[in-house]
Design a binder for this molecule. Structure first.
Ligand code: ZN
Length: 143
C-alpha cells in the first residue's frame, strides 16, 4: 500500500494480493480517521458480494473468483462499538463488459486499487436496528 495525504483525506494505492476492506479499515484505525466517504476503482478478484434479503433479514452471498474491473466502489466509514465499519457497494465488470453488483464484503486486489478516503470531519456511529437486524447510521459522536 502507498498512501498520499490530500485535502480532507487520503488517496491509497493498494497492490496485488491486498484485501480491500481490511486494508482500508486498518489504514483508518492507524491514521485515526473519522467518518469518511470512500470511492475506488481498479481490478479485483476473489470477491464476496451480498444481497440483503429483507424477508429473511440476512444477506445472500455470492463469490466472484475471476478477475474483474472494479468499475465502481462507493461507500462510507462510520463506527460501531468503537470500531470503524466500511459499508461499500461495488460494480464489477467481466471480459464481456457485463456488470455484477452488490454489497461488498471482501475482495482481493488483482492489479491495483485506487481509493479516495474523503474525511467528513465528524464521527458518525451506527446502532443496531432490531426490525431489520442491521446496524444503521444513527448519531454523531462528540470528539
Ligand atoms: Zn450494503
Amino acid at each position: 500500500m502507498k498512501s498520499f495525504k490530500i485535502n480532507n483525506g487520503y488517496l491509497l494505492r493498494l497492490d496485488k494480493g491486498e484485501e480491500v476492506v481490511s486494508s482500508v479499515l486498518n489504514f483508518v484505525e492507524d491514521e485515526g480517521i473519522g467518518s469518511a466517504m470512500v470511492t475506488a476503482i481498479g481490478a479485483v478478484t476473489d470477491c464476496v458480494l451480498g444481497y440483503f434479503d429483507r424477508e429473511r433479514k440476512t444477506y445472500l452471498n455470492k463469490n466472484f473468483n475471476d478477475i474483474y474491473e472494479l468499475v465502481s466502489l462507493n461507500g462510507n466509514i462510520t463506527f460501531f462499538d468503537g470500531k470503524p465499519v466500511l459499508h461499500a457497494h461495488v460494480c464489477l465488470g467481466n471480459p464481456h463488459f457485463e456488470i455484477f453488483g452488490g454489497h461488498f464484503f471482501s475482495g482481493m486486489v488483482a492489479v491495483t486499487a485506487e481509493i479516495f478516503i474523503i474525511e467528513t470531519g465528524s464521527r458518525i456511529t451506527r446502532a443496531h436496528n432490531a426490525e431489520l437486524d442491521l446496524n444503521l447510521i444513527d448519531s454523531e459522536e462528540n470528539g
